[in-house]
Design a protein around this ligand. Sequence first.
Ligand SMILES: Nc1nc2c(c(=O)[nH]1)N[C@H]1C(S)=C(S)[C@@H](COP(=O)(O)OP(=O)(O)OC[C@H]3O[C@@H](n4cnc5c(N)ncnc54)[C@H](O)[C@@H]3O)O[C@H]1N2
Ligand code: MOO
Length: 639
Amino acid sequence: MKRKIYLHMKPLYEAQKIFLNAWDWKKALAQEDIPVKEARGRITAQPIFAKRSLPGFNSAAMDGIAVRAEDTFGASEANPLLLQIGKQAFLVNTGEPLPEGTNAVIMIEHVHFIKEDLVEIRSPVYPWQHVRRIGEDVVQGEMLFTEGHRLSAWDLGVLLASGYLTVTVRAKPRVIFIPTGDELVLPEEAEGEIPFGKTVEFNSTMLAALVEEWGGEAEIFPIVRDNYVELKKAVEKAASRKPHLIALIAGSSAGSKDYTAALIEEEGKLLVHGIQMMPGKPVVLGLVQNTPIIGVPGYPVSAVLAFEQMVRPVFEAMYGARIPRRPKVKAVSGCKIPSKLGVTEFLRVKAGKVGTQTVFLPLKRGAGAITTLTRADAIVRISSESEGLLQGAECEIELLRPEKDLAKTILVVGSHDLALDILAQFLRQKELGLELSTAHVGSLSGLMAIKDGLAHMAGTHLFDPETGEFNVPYIKRYLPETPVRLINFVYREQGLILPPGNPKGIRDLRDLAQKEVTFINRQPGSGTRVLLDYHLQKIGVSPREIQGYEVEETTHLGVAINVATGQADVGLGIRAAAKLLNLEFIPLFKERYDLLIRLDFYESPFFKVLQEVLTDPAFKKAVENLGGYDTSEMGKIIL
Ligand SMILES: Nc1nc2c(c(=O)[nH]1)N[C@H]1C(S)=C(S)[C@@H](COP(=O)(O)OP(=O)(O)OC[C@H]3O[C@@H](n4cnc5c(N)ncnc54)[C@H](O)[C@@H]3O)O[C@H]1N2
Ligand code: MOO
C-alpha cells in the first residue's frame, strides 16, 4: 500500500523555489558567540564595528630618527643640517610610537652620525613621512564586516587587532542523515568479503563531507532497513533532535520498498516528489514535525548532485551568504551529446586544452557509477530547453579540478578501440597526472574533430574502396589544410562476432541476408560500417535484405553485448571484443587502425611520453593479449 508513484515532476528551478519558500530558513540559525581564533569560515550574524583604531597611535613606519619635519626644511647636499639626538631627533624603531612633538621619520640609512648624540641630514622630510598615522588602517567605529560575511584567515587578524576576542556568528546548520536499505552494510562491516547482493553504505559519508565543506555539522544515524515502521521511528527520533534538515538516503523512487515519499505525506507535508533533473530525478522534499526533510536518491551520483542542487541554496538562505562556487570556464563540446528535452542534465565530463580552446568529452552517464564523478574534470549543465549539444557547441563548464591541470589531459576521439584503454593505463603509470580521455564517435567524426581543433588525436580505420588504402585518402579529402601527422597504432582483425557454438551456422557476410538471422550494425561514419557497406556492395547484398541493419551501436563492445545477450545473432567487430565476452569469432579482414594527430600536439612534450609507451614491449604485449592485434608497425609514421 505504501508504494508511491511520482507526483508531478517539477522543473529544477521550481523545486528549489518551493523548498526555499516552504520554510523560514532566514530565521533557522541561532546566533552564537565564539572565540575569534576558532571563527575561520564562519558567517557573521551581525555587522561588526571596530572597537579601536588601527594603529592606535602615530607610529614609526621605518627604523630611524623621529623629527619635526619643519626642522629639516632647507637641508641639502650643499647645506647639511645638524640635529641633536634627544632634542630635535629621537631614535625610533618600526612600530614604536612617535615621541611627542615629532611628525616624521628619517630612515636610519639616510642619517649620518657625527657624534653619538649628533646627526647630520642632507635632505628634508615632509610632515608624516614614514609615519603610520593613528586610524590609518581602521578608524574606531568603522564597519569591518557586514552581516553574512564569511570570515577568512585575515579577517580573524583584523578582529583581534580591533578589539574582539569573540565574534557573533550564525550557528552551524545541523543535518541528520538516515541511510536506508536492506542491501546496505557499513563500510567497517565489509572490510573483507562482502556478502552477495550487499552494497557498502557510503552516500552518507559523501553527503556529510559536503555539509562540512559548506560549514555545517552532520550526524549519521544507523542504517534503517526497508521497513515503514522503523523508518518512521528513525525520522521521529531525528526530528526530536531539532536539526535544521533531515536527509533520508534512498528509497525515494518508485520501488516496492521506497517509503520516503509515502512517509512524508502521511507524517507531514509532501512538497515535491520528482524533479526534472538527471541524475537526481526521484528527489522528495517535505516537512515532518516542523523539520524540513529531503529524500535523496540512492544512486551515488544522483545523491550528490541532487543534494547539491537542493541543499546548497537552503544553506545559503540560512547563512544569508553565498557558499563559494566552483569556477566556470567556457569550453566546447568535442562530440555530439544528445539530451532529453524537459530535463536539466548534469553531465560529468573530461576536459583538456586543445590549442587555445578548452574541449570536453562526456563520461558515462550512469548515476550509479561514482567514478563518473571521481574521474570528472568538470560538470556541464544542459538546460531543460535543449535537446543536447552539437559537436563544437560552446558552453560553460564547472571545474572540479584546477584549470591548469586540464593541460594534462589528452583528448582522443574517433573510432573505438580497446587498446586505447590500455594506452591510458600505461600513460598514467608513466607520468603522474597525464590522462587519456576517449570519446567514441566513429572514425569520420574523429577526423572532423581534428580538423575543428576539438581533439588532440583521433583513432581511425577508414577503408577507401577506390584505392584500397586506409585513412590517407580521407585525410587528403577532408583535411587538406590541417597540419597533422598519421602514425600506425595497430593492425586488427575484423570479423563476425557470434554466439558460442555459432547456432545459426553463419560463415560469411552473405549469410547476413538470411531471413532467420538478426544483425547488429555500427553507426554511419564508423570505420567498421564503411567496411561493411563496401563489402556488402562488392558481394551484391543489399542492406534491405539484412534484418537489424538499421539497429546501431557505437562501440565494438556494444555490438558484442547485443550478441552475448541474444538480441542479435551476429555483428561485425574486432576479435578482442568477441574474446572479452567469450564469443565466437570468424576473421574476415585485417585492417589498419591509425592515430591521426594534430601537429601542435605531435610536437608537444606529452606526445613524447606517448611515443615512449608505443615503443614499450610491455605495452605491445598487453595489447596483443587482447586478441587479434598486430603491433609490429606501432608508432610508424605514415603521413
Ligand atoms: N520504476 C522506476 N525505477 C526507478 C526509477 C523510476 O523512476 N522508476 N528511478 C531510478 C532513478 S533515476 C534512481 S536515481 C534510483 C533511485 O532510487 P532510490 O532513491 O529509490 O534508491 P534505491 O533504489 O534504494 O537505491 C538505488 C541504488 O543506490 C544504492 N544505494 C542506496 N543507498 C546507498 C548508500 N547509502 N550508499 C551507497 N549506495 C546506496 C542502492 O544499493 C542501489 O544500488 O531509482 C531508479 N529506479
Ligand atoms: O535520475 Mo536518477 O537520479 O538519474 O539515476
